[in-house]
Design a protein around this ligand. Structure first.
Ligand code: EPZ
Length: 421
């Protein structure tokens, strides 16, 4: 297993191009199953998670070409409506093929994704939404067996709490349902708007995506389209924090302040100045150290959970005490003990972490535990004195495209060490 070696303590100066959002691309790829015509998805990041879904789509009958960052998917016919455990367990987002397969073929058998490192992560809301649209759903040996021989129909679906995946899943399925579907308490993440834009370009009729109430008028069929994936707000927010930790100034090409939601204000409050310029955002630490800020993770536009670990890394070297409350996932502080190995002062009590900022961290060998936690260790390493070795880099490869190359461009001493880890 590969490792990353970072020599910290050097400010960053330079430009980082922000890639297309992994979490949007994955759902756009699932949309390709809704049509027998090609779907061209530009600005697709080259990541392990994308490859995982490509394998699954391939066995459903979707051919693909990947040139540069342009992914073309063509599901002329559906070869299989079964999504096997071996492919779904690797990545939860694979579960989102269920709705499109059901909408197009009237049936699907998709493995339940199971839990993951950050928590139990059930899919009950996904299933309730599909059932409300007329699907008959059974569970059989770890698989969801769904059928709707006469097709899905429109429904009023009121989510009891906000779920990104369930909102997207319901939207995907409702495009081909008979009649109108109305989603209330829908997720408002920028990726929801991105998915709706793509589906509308394919002939769907979705209104108000990105707001709490979304209306989808079902259509007979969808056709091919070209769509560019929205910039990755998680990658954007992570790199915006790099000068916060290590000092310096970076230009984040393709970045937009508006997709950062509450995180933009939090960064400013902490002393990372963000300036929107043509083509991207400039991020700069204003003082010698950032300041402690308290945060509570919330559905978008609140401070997103996918930036919590990175923010904690920045708070480890802030002036003052920061209180971080995680409300979305029950087990998302696994980076705390790893940061502590580098000298961070963090105490965790249930869903609340209290971080007492220190002047500087010290490099150490640490272990990446999940995708975003891994990025928090990278950030910590940038500001730390000496060498940080991050083990289990495959987590990072799932969601941060060309990380070493991007950071090296800004003067970071970072290298991938092949082999044991
Ligand atoms: C998406 O996961 C993202 N993944 C996650 O990013 C992100 O952390 C999360 O949204 C929250 O923003 C992708 O887009 C591929 P949810 P998702 O449904 O859709 C509970 C990353 O690092 N829930 O909004 O699975 C759930 O357990 C990943 O890129 C149910 O109880 O998240 C969680 O506590 C990690 N039943 C909360 O809702 C359900 O049926 C929100 O989850 C669905 C969700």
């Amino acid at each position: 297993m590969d490792r990353l070696a970072i020599i910290g303590g050097r400010p960053l100066f330079g430009e980082i191009a922000i890639s297309g959002a992994k979490n949007s691309a994955l759902k756009l790829m699932a949309a390709a199953l809704l049509t027998d015509e090609p779907l061209v998805i530009g600005n697709t990041p080259r990541l392990a998670d994308i490859d995982t879904l490509l394998k699954l789509l391939e066995q459903h009958g979707a051919a693909h070409t990947f040139e540069g960052s342009t992914l073309t998917l063509h599901a002329r016919t559906i070869a299989s409506t079964e999504a096997p455990y071996d492919l779904v367990r690797k990545m939860r987002a694979s579960f989102n093929v269920l709705g499109p397969l059901l909408a197009r073929e009237g049936k699907a058998r998709v493995s339940l994704p199971g839990g993951c490192a950050i928590g139990a992560r059930p899919v009950d809301l996904h299933l309730k939404a599909l059932a409300a649209m007329g699907a008959k759903i059974d569970l059989d040996e770890g698989y969801v067996v769904a059928s709707a021989p006469g097709g899905l129909h429109g429904a009023k679906i009121d989510f009891p709490f906000v779920s990104v995946g369930a909102t997207e899943h319901a939207m995907l399925a409702a495009t081909l349902a008979k009649g109108e579907t109305v989603l209330t308490n829908a997720a408002r993440e920028p990726e929801i708007g991105d998915l709706a834009q793509c589906l509308n370009a394919m002939g769907a009729k979705i209104e108000n995506a990105g707001r709490s109430t979304v209306a989808i008028q079902g259509v007979e069929r969808l056709h091919g389209a070209c769509h560019e994936v929205i910039a990755d707000r998680i990658e954007l927010g992570s790199y915006a924090m790099a000068p916060g930790v290590a000092g310096g100034e970076v230009f984040l090409r393709n970045g937009r302040i508006d997709i950062l939601g509450a995180a933009a204000g939090v960064l400013e409050e902490a002393g990372v100045k963000l300036t929107q310029e043509p083509g991207g955002i400039r991020a700069k630490r204003v003082d010698d150290r950032v300041r402690a800020v308290n945060i509570v993770t919330q559905p978008y536009p609140g401070f997103f959970t996918d930036l919590q670990a990175q923010f904690m890394a920045m708070m480890t070297v802030a002036e003052g005490v920061s209180v971080i409350k995680e409300t979305i996932f029950e087990n998302r502080f696994m980076h705390a003990p790893e940061l502590a190995r580098m000298g961070a002062q963090i105490s965790v009590d249930g869903q609340i972490a209290t971080v007492r900022g220190v002047k500087r961290l010290k490099g150490a060998p640490v272990m990446a535990t999940d995708l975003r936690a891994s990025m928090s260790l990278v950030l910590a390493g940038l500001g730390a004195e000496g060498q940080t070795i991050i083990n289990r880099v495959y987590h990072l490869d799932r969601g941060f495209e060309r990380l070493e190359e991007k950071l090296s461009h800004c003067g970071v001493l970072i290298e991938r060490v092949k082999g044991e880890g």
